[in-house]
Design a protein around this ligand. Sequence first.
Ligand code: NDP
Ligand code: GDR
Length: 359
Amino acid sequence: MAKGRSWAGQIDQEGKRGEMMAETVNSRSPVALITGITGQDGSYLAELLLEKGYKVYGLVRRHAVPYFPNIRHLLNRVVLVDADMADFSSLLSAVKACQPDEIYHLAAQSYVGVSFTQPTYTGDITGIGVTRLLESVRSVWPSARIYNASSSELFGGCLAEPLNEEATPEPISPYAVAKLYGHRMAQVYRRAYGMFVVSGILFNHESPRRGPEFVTRKISLGVAKIALGIEEKIRLGNLDAMRDWGYAPEYVDAMWRMLQAKEPEDYVIATGTKHSVREFLELAFEHVGIHDYSEYVEIDTSLLRPSDVPSLRGDPSKARTKLGWKPTMHFEGLVRNMVDADLKLISEPEQMVSQLQSR
Ligand code: NDP
Ligand code: GDR
């Protein structure tokens, strides 16, 4: 197998040049390894890379009952490799076995709320996990290009918006501290060892594949269940929080573009607009014909976080200019898309709705 990638370059809005070069310069398929393939982003990224002709490996950890709803439709097209972000030797073996041109590191304990109740676990998986992966790549396959999933949570305590790559991180949760550690380690490996490592500072992005504990999916599922008469209320925490919500399939395209760039650099990926949880809620209920949501929503103080990020809005100018990336899904479309998908999911009896209970 050829060592490392042999094609790269500037890309157009559709990402055409990279694909063309892959065909003409290199006859073998490029190889990608995705950590976190079973999650929201991993599943969309796997689809994107398969479309582009990649051979796709996906790293999965052990489950007592393996059930991968986001990638069930891809199971005969990707190769799953067993490893855990907590275990260095399994990561080393995975990298050695796959010999990837590109690694997309998405695996994490990704729920900010849980990071307050499981701070050391979050630090280990979301933070130190990045170093375990970087070190295993450096040891056995240093030519691989690495995408590291960083986060807008880095800027949780920042007041100035919109936030770009130059903003000074101010993490205010254990999750954000762990992500900042990973972000910095990615920069260290780039600088110290000359490895092609980039971090995408992605702002919130959602889809019908979003985990059911995140607020957007919790609302879309809750509204769908209320509309269909299955449930009576949604319990929520802070409705005033504001986020820059984009559409996940568009954000995984940005990850791919970052690894096709000439130089390894970090990028903010965002829509540049923000909305409150309350607005999301109102629109979701409006979409099923409920104009006053108040009787269907209960504020549960146990869902308030010890410190919550009040507002985040990003500035994706650098990604637009250097990667030709721009988001197209607007907020209203995103809300409608998620509610419609959950109405369909719940209406189909064969779907395992019981597995999608929110916390
Ligand atoms: P998800 O929570 O949907 O997916 C997380 C993935 O990590 C799952 O595949 C999960 O596997 C895997 N994972 C968790 N722990 C381990 C472990 N110990 N070993 C191996 N795999 C593990 O996240 P998203 O897809 O939403 O996000 C992808 C990445 O981007 C994450 O790192 C997240 O923190 C970050 N991010 C996400 C944003 C968003 O808005 N979605 C914004 C900014 C950053 P399993 O199925 O076994 O649980
Ligand atoms: P976030 O997403 O913390 O921004 O992290 P989440 O959807 O969990 O919360 C967004 C905001 O909504 C408020 N909120 C609630 N949140 C949840 N989960 N459940 C509720 O019932 C609820 N009620 C109100 C929260 O307090 C918060 O202010 C996401 C994750 O994908 C991270 O991995 C990623 O890094 C960041 O986005 C960018």
